[in-house]
Every structure is written in structure tokens, then in C-alpha cells.
Design a protein around this ligand. Structure first.
Ligand SMILES: C[S@@+](CC[C@H](N)C(=O)[O-])C[C@H]1O[C@@H](n2cnc3c(N)ncnc32)[C@H](O)[C@@H]1O
Length: 620
């Protein structure tokens, strides 16, 4: 199976596109707003959440018809799942937590189906839900297929105790590791020894400056050249006295041979043959105690390290200023994914991440020669991963599935998810930043694009997208007002259905851009999605060409200014213009030293010259 990114809901993608027993490794990091607090999660059990908390919670995790449908599917899966889910529901009732568990159960059933017999699954979650998810995983995979609960220290200690916190700092995530059967892919991973251990146990340093510890060359049983002597009766203990083998004879080794006039201490034997001992001496690996007893030098630099344990404190999280940081909330470190992928898969294996976000799993899988599949329900995540992959490997071959490729697809997307449709349409025409439709003053901005406007500096195009079946003159007036208020140069209204004559007249009345380095440009234009697919494009100044190759080619009115890319990179307000050695579209850059947004807030750069994010966008 070739590398693929799916834009869509993972339950549907899993059911429709992922073959049974085709995947070697699944890693999933579902969104979970633990900040919502228990009173929101257990709302139905008496807690009264604040409005803000309730709003922070996405539809997916509230009980409704889709959770009810998923529950129905889930309890039909098998008896164990049914028992566990019914039990949980009778306790949690129709709470947000129950909705979350049900949605997860439906996906876990599909993921198990997709796994090969030797496959493994890692579920990343936090302690708010890990105990419920473990029950669900036990019922889906079977309790005997539980392998480890990994604790990942995801942040450094909080220093808020003085602000009145009366509980322990929450600094870890939980990663539950299950396998499909009792045969699974495993590669040993070793981590470096800790400093205290090295200083205590590898104190000795040889002439070459190498640290070593002393190793015993003797053992309780002979390991090399054994000289046997007397046949003796087996020594019998009280319990053996009456057994049948009481007369059995065995060979007792003679006291051992001498090495350089030294014998092992009483009841000990050389653990190695004479030949090996000679070889050690030749290699300078022997040292002698004051009484001549040889000892083996175990060098630190030859030791593999500590076999991987289930407590991971050595993988640092993505924090502000981190080179890896893409500004995507909940981005996980590459090292975390590299560790999981190298332990539980081999080159050439297929890795699946059904909640792939900004594509950390995809990046790690690609880097280590695995095939991969990623699914995300947001168009932004998909474009970001395309960008990330191309930045890492410009020849990366992969397909994107689920992105509208025709008017009918776009129409279906608009019906399914208004916001994703808006984001997709804004991206299609070349928006460099997206905004969710907002309440209050910013309503009507779904994206914006910046262009080089010669002596006038940077120009800005505000994009508004309407996916509904009814359009009217009010939409054009609203966009016109937004352009004025934002002091933008141009506005572009993208509609799914054809505009009315009065809309066109109102747009025309907006006139032309006053200060344009690109000739006469209409100040406000309307374009339909059908126009876009037909190649009838709005009259726009040259926009920076996307660095991502897979956007449908939008034929511009002029050739792009060759300096444009440089100019584009100055907008982001972030001095780092390269990621992994490649230039990156500013919309994917983070904001310098600004601290990371709260776990579930997505900050999208709006490329004004100051590079200050103006808007916060809540994602699941
Ligand atoms: C916690 S983030 C994953 C972050 C990721 N591990 C990374 O390092 O970037 C969860 C992702 O799941 C996506 N998501 C939420 N619900 C989804 C669904 N039903 N199907 C597919 N993706 C979904 C969200 O858009 C978000 O990008």
C-alpha cells in the first residue's frame, strides 16, 4: 500500500478504505480536552459546567445521535465489548465521557480489524480517560494482549503551587500498548545509563581514558574447559530421600585449573575456557587484584544501555522555541514517535495514524523507511503534513484522498462540515492563513492572502466563503464592510451556488483597488466553486506559489514575481524561515518566542507585518 493522507472522519475512512489485516503498527493520539474538567465530562451526573467549559468541548464528545449510533454498532461487535460498554453506560449514562468512550470504542474495533496478526497498537491519552480506555481496549483486544502502560513525562514540573494549587502537578501522559496476538514485532531499544549509575558503577578509567567496571571471570558452574573427576552419588536432601533417582550418579568437576598460578575461589569455576582467557589477556581486557585474581574490564562504551522501560522521562516535549515546533497544538515530539516506530515495526512495514494532526507519526515513519497512512478530519492538518513532508523530503511520494476533486465533492463537503468546506475553499484560491468563522467583529473572514504590492508594501485579500444554498446581497455588503474595516486591498467571496445579479452589481460597485502595483484590480470579486473547478479564476495579483505540490493549479493572471517567496517569508514574525533545511510557508511557522497555546487552541498566523496572531481558533 502506498503512502496516503486521508482527509475525513477516521471511522468512515477506516471502514471504507483500510483493508483488514493490512497494518503493522497503529499509533493514535485522539483529541481530548482534559482541561474541560470532570464536571463537564460527567455533566449528566450532576456537575454544572460553566458555559466556557461547555463551549470548549467539541460536538464529537457530547452525547447525541452519532454517539447513540456508534454505541449500537459497538455493542454488536462482540460479547466482551458489549458487556463493558453497557456496564460503563449504566454508570456514566449519556455524559461527555461516555460519548468519548463510545466514539473511541467504535474506532478501536476498526483499528484492531486493520491490524495484522503480528500488529501492535499504541493509544496515547491522559489520566483523565486512560482507565476507561484501558477497559475498552481490554474488551476489544483481550486482556491478555495488554503489554504495557507507558508513562511519558510530557512537561516539566509546574511551579504554580504558590498560586494555590492543592494537588500534584499533572505532567504525564499515558500510552497504552496492546498487541493483536501473542506474536508481535519487537526490536530492542536501549536508552543511555543515567549519570549517577555511571559515576557509581563505571568509576575506573583505563590508560586510554575509557570508563569500565570490573567483571567476575568465575561462576558457580564451569563455563569452559571442565575436567571431571569422581563419580559420586547424588547428594540427597530430606525430600529426595524417597525418590526413585536416589542412586543416580553424576560427574563432579575437579577443582578447577590454574590461570597464571591462580585458581578460582572455593566452590567457584572459571566462567571461560583457557582459550578465551588467553584472548582476553591479549586484548588487554584483564586486570588483576592484589592476590593475582584476574578480572574482566567491562567498558561503558561497549554496553548497549538500559533496555527500554515503561517510564519515559527522556523525551522532551515540544515547547516554545523548539526547532521542531510547527505551531500545531498537541504536536508530539518526533523522538517519541521514532521510539515507538522503531520498537514495534520494521522498515517496509505499514504504520497508521488515524488522528494524525500535524503528522509527527507520518514524519517519523517516512524518515525510518516505513510505509504510512494518516487520517485527519481537518483540512488544515492535511495541508500542514504535505508541507512538512515536502520540507523533509522533497521527493516524498504520497497521495491525498478525500479532498474535493469535483464540484460534487465540494458540495458534499459543504453539507458535511461547513468549516472544513470554508477552509478548503480558501486554501484552493491560495489563502495563506485560515480563520474559522467567528462571532463578533471578525465574522466573515475565512482566510486571507498577502501579496507583494510594489511601492505600496503588502496588500491583503480577505476571503469569505459561503457553502450554503442561499446567497444574497447582504453577504457582499458584509464583505465590503470587512474590507473597509480591516483596511484590506481586496475581497473575494467564494460561493457554492451562483450569485444573484444584485450581488454581482454590488461587487462591481466596490470599484478597483486604489493603490495597486498590478494594474487595475477589482476590489471585490465573486467566484463560484464551479468556476474554480472550470478554471475560471478571479482576477488576483500574483500570490506566492504554494510550496505544497498537490494544490490544484490555479492559473494566475500574471507570472508570479520571482521575489515573492522571499517576501512571503518575512511576514511570519518568526525568524526561523527554514524547517529541516527547507523554506516553509509562513502560515505553518510558529511565532518566535510566544508561548504555546493551551492544548486545544489552535493559533493560526495571520500574516500582518507584525506577525502577531490575532485570532484563536478552537479545535477539538
Ligand atoms: C491530538 S491531535 C494529534 C496530534 C498528533 N499526534 C501530532 O503530533 O501532530 C488530534 C487530531 O485528531 C484529529 N481528529 C479529531 N477527530 C477526528 C476524526 N473523527 N477523524 C480524524 N481525525 C480526527 C484532529 O483534527 C487533530 O488533528
Amino acid at each position: 500500500m502506498s503512502n496516503k493522507l486521508y482527509f475525513g472522519d477516521n471511522l468512515e475512512v477506516l471502514r471504507d478504505h483500510i483493508r483488514a489485516e493490512s497494518v503493522d503498527l497503529v499509533y493514535l493520539d485522539p483529541p481530548f480536552n482534559s482541561n474541560a474538567g470532570y464536571n463537564v465530562l460527567f455533566k449528566d451526573r450532576g456537575g454544572r459546567p460553566t458555559q466556557a467549559q461547555a463551549e470548549a468541548f467539541c460536538d464529537t464528545w457530547t452525547w447525541g445521535p452519532s454517539a447513540e449510533r456508534a454505541f449500537d454498532d459497538v455493542i454488536a461487535a462482540n460479547e466482551d465489548v458489549s458487556l463493558v460498554m453497557r456496564g460503563l453506560r449504566s454508570w456514566l449514562r449519556e455524559s461527555a465521557m461516555m460519548a468519548y468512550i463510545t466514539m473511541m470504542a467504535a474506532r478501536l474495533i476498526e483499528l484492531r480489524r486493520a491490524l495484522k496478526k503480528t500488529g501492535s497498537l499504541y493509544l496515547h491519552c491522559d489520566p483523565t480517560a486512560s482507565h476507561y480506555l484501558k477497559l475498552v481496549l481490554d474488551s476489544v483486544f483481550g486482556p491478555k494482549n495488554f503489554r504495557s502502560e507507558i508513562i511519558w513525562k510530557r512537561s516539566s514540573a509546574h511551579s504554580d503551587a504558590k498560586q494555590g494549587r492543592k494537588l500534584h502537578g499533572h505532567i504525564h501522559d499515558v500510552i497504552l500498548f496492546y498487541t493483536k496476538s501473542d506474536q508481535w514485532t519487537w526490536n530492542d531499544i536501549y536508552t543511555p545509563y543515567d549519570e549517577a549509575y555511571v559515576n557509581r558503577d563505571y568509576r575506573l578509567i583505563d590508560e586510554a581514558g575509557r570508563r569500565y567496571r570490573r567483571g567476575d571471570l568465575t561462576a558457580a558452574k564451569p563455563g569452559g574447559d571442565v575436567e571431571y573427576a569422581w563419580r559420586v552419588k547424588k547428594p540427597i536432601g530430606a525430600r529426595e530421600r524417597w525418590t526413585a533417582d536416589i542412586d543416580e550418579e553424576y560427574l563432579k568437576p575437579k577443582p578447577d585449573w590454574e590461570y597464571k598460578a591462580v585458581r578460582p575461589y572455593k566452590r567457584r569455576f572459571w566462567a571461560y575456557s583457557k582459550e578465551n582467557m588467553k584472548q582476553f589477556a591479549k586484548e588487554g581486557r584483564l586486570r588483576h587484584t592484589f592476590d593475582g585474581m584476574p578480572e574482566y574490564k567491562r567498558y561503558l562504551d561497549e554496553m548497549p544501555g538500559v533496555p527500554l522501560q515503561d517510564l519515559w522521562t527522556d523525551v522532551t516535549p515540544i515547547i516554545a522555541g523548539n526547532q521542531e515546533r510547527l505551531g500545531y497544538p498537541t504536536q508530539k515530539p518526533l523522538a517519541l514517535m521514532e521510539r515507538i516506530i522503531s520498537a514495534s515495526s520494521n522498515p517496509g512495514d505499514l504504520v497508521l495514524d488515524p488522528f494524525c494532526g500535524c503528522g509527527t507519526t507520518i514524519h517519523a515513519a517516512h524518515k525510518s523507511g516505513r510505509h504510512w497512512l494518516g487520517i485527519d478530519v481537518t483540512h488544515y492538518a492535511i495541508t500542514l503534513i504535505e508541507q512538512r513532508l515536502k520540507g523533509f523530503d522533497e521527493r516524498a511520494a504520497f497521495a491525498v484522498q478525500g479532498r474535493p476533486a469535483s464540484f460534487a465533492d465540494a458540495e458534499a463537503l459543504a453539507k458535511r462540515d461547513k468549516h472544513q468546506f470554508q477552509w478548503w475553499a480558501a486554501w484552493f484560491v491560495g489563502a495563506q492563513s485560515y480563520r474559522e468563522e467567528k462571532r463578533g467583529a471578525d465574522r466573515g473572514i475565512d482566510g486571507s492572502a498577502l501579496f507583494a504590492n510594489g511601492p505600496y508594501g503588502h496588500g491583503r485579500i480577505i476571503i469569505s466563503v459561503k457553502g450554503g444554498e442561499n446567497v444574497g446581497i447582504g453577504m457582499v455588503r458584509e464583505l465590503r464592510a470587512v474590507i473597509e474595516r480591516e483596511e484590506a486591498e481586496m475581497g473575494l467571496l467564494i460561493t457554492l451556488v451562483a450569485p444573484t445579479q444584485s450581488m454581482i452589481a454590488e461587487a462591481t460597485a466596490a470599484g478597483f483597488v486604489k493603490k495597486s502595483a498590478h494594474g487595475r484590480l477589482p476590489r471585490l470579486q465573486i467566484v463560484t466553486v464551479a468556476d474554480l473547478f472550470a478554471g475560471t479564476l478571479p482576477h488576483l495579483p500574483p500570490l506566492p506559489e504554494p510550496l505544497v505540490g498537490s494544490r490544484p493549479r490555479v492559473v494566475r493572471n500574471r507570472k508570479p514575481d520571482p521575489r515573492q517567496r522571499e517576501l512571503m517569508l518575512t511576514f511570519a514574525g518568526n525568524k526561523t524561515l527554514k524547517v529541516d533545511g527547507a523554506f516553509v510557508d509562513p502560515r505553518y511557522l510558529s511565532f518566535g518566542d510566544q508561548t504555546m497555546a493551551a492544548e486545544d487552541d489552535l493559533q493560526l498566523p495571520l500574516g500582518d507585518a507584525g506577525g502577531k496572531p490575532k485570532r484563536r481558533l478552537a479545535v477539538q
